[in-house]
Design a binder for this molecule. Sequence first.
Ligand SMILES: [Zn+2]
Length: 491
Amino acid sequence: MQRRIAIGQISHETNVFSPIQTPLQAWKDRGFALGQDVISKLKGSKSAIGAFLEVAEANGWDVIPTIATGATPSAPTDAETYAYLKEQLLAPIREGKPDAVLLAVHGAMQAEGVPDPEGDLVKSIKEIIGDKPVLLTMDLHGNITREMCENTEGVFAFDTNPHVDGYERGLEAAIALKHIFAGSIKPVVAYAHPPMMPPTINMRTAEGPMVELFTLARQWEQDPGIINVSVFGGFPFGDVPHAGLSIVTTANADKELAQRCSDAIAARAWEIRDQFLKKIATVEEGIEQCLALLDEDGVGPVILADVADNPGGGGSGDTPELLRALLAQNIPGAAAAILWDPETVAQAVALGVGKVGTFKLGGKAEPNYGAPIGVQATVRAITDGLFNPRGPVGRGMQWNMGTSVLLQVGNTRVVVSSIRIACNDADVFRSMGIDPVDASVLLIKSRGHFRASFEPLARKIIEVDAPGAANPNLDRYTYKDVTRPLWPLDR
Ligand SMILES: [Zn+2]
């Protein structure tokens, strides 16, 4: 029988503390494909959609492409944009009557008036296709609801943080679908959520508490009845009743087994919750530690990670406090990326390469996170901001920083972009003519994803607690809608 599957992606990590709005244009800025364009743009890519297409082709399934888009983390998208995105997903499903749907979502999305869009999307799909399967690939930073789990036949979250396995999880989901079609499995999904919402700073899968939880997940997956165990660390900048860590198990027909697995790992997460907490340096301490390291012998740059302004977690990418402190030191060979500041880019482009101007760097999106830095700077380079990062996160896919400039402020070179993205690959610097290996200090606006590319070349990474929308110190924020009591807010 000729199978027909619908594929799609709507993915956003929503940060309610972010000053950055999420209109339709924000989705279009980061890659946006409808209908056949989904196939022409993503076929062969090392993404979840690329994997869906590969397995579909190998099995001779007809593909109904819907929408593929994802916006950089920011505030909840507006109701009108959400309704539009949803309709682009649902209309081809209504018309094409697929036998199954493979969907790549994040899990921590919010839209105006819709606290759980992923749950809303799968429920709406089920209203069209009935009990036919819907399988999801997700980000391990998802805030998951029971309702979403009840409307899906399989959840396949990233097993890596930094996330480098979107393609592999896409393969896993699509191959599970193949087994469903063959009648050899009948998946059920079970959910557990202990009352905890860890900060994301210590959620990497190479060290810290996630290692133990993932080891448990892999052990449970040895049970022939279990198809996938997804450990969601959650996203603490989404102020929703379901925010926080959850464990989602997909098992073959055995709901009781799935629930037992989710409950057991959730219980262990609760026991080791304090391991998720991490004290990080203040701006002053970070600069001090950096200067001390530069006085010693060592190879490679010292990295100052501006984790609280990670655009990949909803940061504006333009907070000035750590950059201000670095510029004040005027360290030879220092560089910073990526400051999101379209105004400064336009001004530098108008001036031209080699010219000197007076600029107000950053501090424009949210005055509470610090005022702009007044500087005199030389325009060293102007680029279109398009490049293909070769590190494990980018995997050769094109990234777009928009028109970008390199400014020299004293000894420090600052990469300024007009599109807001996190500095998650060392090729960001190379694309602007800087060899990151030769730098003395690199200020990087990212929380954790930069590590996959930068850790091998860095002398040391210092995470800094500066003002911003994605600070690991959750006590800096006022929550309204999370379910209390919730660790670590209520300790
Ligand atoms: Zn994530």
